[in-house]
Design a protein around this ligand. Structure first.
Ligand SMILES: Nc1ncnc2c1ncn2[C@@H]1O[C@H](COP(=O)(O)OP(=O)(O)OP(=O)(O)O)[C@@H](O)[C@H]1O
Length: 224
């Protein structure tokens, strides 16, 4: 589902954030990406989501070679991916429902389909009863769950999360990770960058460690 072949990313500053990365994550698999701050975790997720392009090497995501993808194809490619950030980027002048519905509105879904899917996504994160609330009135764990509902509302094949529990206490962090495991159990391929080693090593999923842009396998999903 996600295959990186000898991928290097050098930013215009000259800094090599990733060096010759080979990594394979099968369809329906789940893995954690670990490493210290600056190790290249966010860069790797950005390459998979085509937010950044590699300097060298190839990425195959959901059977598509990203090198050959024209800019006009990128929005269609991204529909296969849901992305969750540490600070969830919610729109604070819109309701919880509107935030979750937004990707479907942009994609031109019909009104009744938007309502059905947005409520289903909110239900899956346990927040259907908050659909009319303003995000600012929710706890940080609830706000993160709204971000997750928005990321899964279009039923992406791949879910990428960048430090999704960075601002949460240990108990809420575990709840959020368990939510990701549930999405994985219904077939979504999941990759999560996190430096919360204590939590993720207790979850029994493969871990891939980056160190200064180099891959150091721990319990790797599969060698490429
Ligand atoms: N747009 C950019 N331009 C130049 N350098 C960048 C850019 N984005 C990231 N970097 C550099 O690349 C390296 C890897 O950054 P990245 O954000 O991928 O690390 P990370 O492992 O996600 O770190 P953190 O856990 O702190 O988010 C860092 O040294 C960073 O300063």
């Amino acid at each position: 589902m996600i295959h990186l072949k000898n991928v290097t990313k050098r930013y215009p500053t000259g800094h090599e954030a990733l060096s010759r990365i080979n990594l394979k994550l099968d369809k329906g698999a789940m893995a954690f990406l670990t490493g210290h701050s600056g190790a290249g975790k966010s860069t790797l997720l950005k390459l998979i989501a085509l937010i950044e392009r590699p300097t060298r090497g190839r990425l195959i995501v959901n059977d598509q070679d990203l090198a050959g993808m024209a800019p006009r194809q990128v929005p269609y490619f991204r529909r296969q991916i849901g992305i969750i950030f540490q600070d969830h980027h919610l729109l604070h002048d819109r309701s919880v429902f509107d935030n979750v519905a937004l990707p479907l509105v942009i994609q031109g879904y019909r009104q009744h389909e938007i309502a059905r899917r947005a409520r289903a996504a909110l239900d899956r994160v346990g927040l259907l009863h908050k659909e009319g609330a303003a995000p600012i009135t929710l706890s940080s764990g609830e706000q993160q769950r709204v971000g997750i509902a928005r990321a899964v509302v279009h039923k992406p094949a791949i879910l990428l999360a960048d430090e999704p529990t960075g601002n949460l206490d240990p108990e809420l962090s575990r709840e959020i990770m368990e939510l990701f495991i549930r999405f994985n159990q219904v077939g979504t391929t999941v990759m999560i960058a996190s430096h919360d080693l204590e939590l993720i090593s207790s979850l029994g999923k493969p871990m891939v460690r980056l160190h200064e842009g180099h891959l150091q396998r721990e319990r790797a999903p599969e060698s490429a």
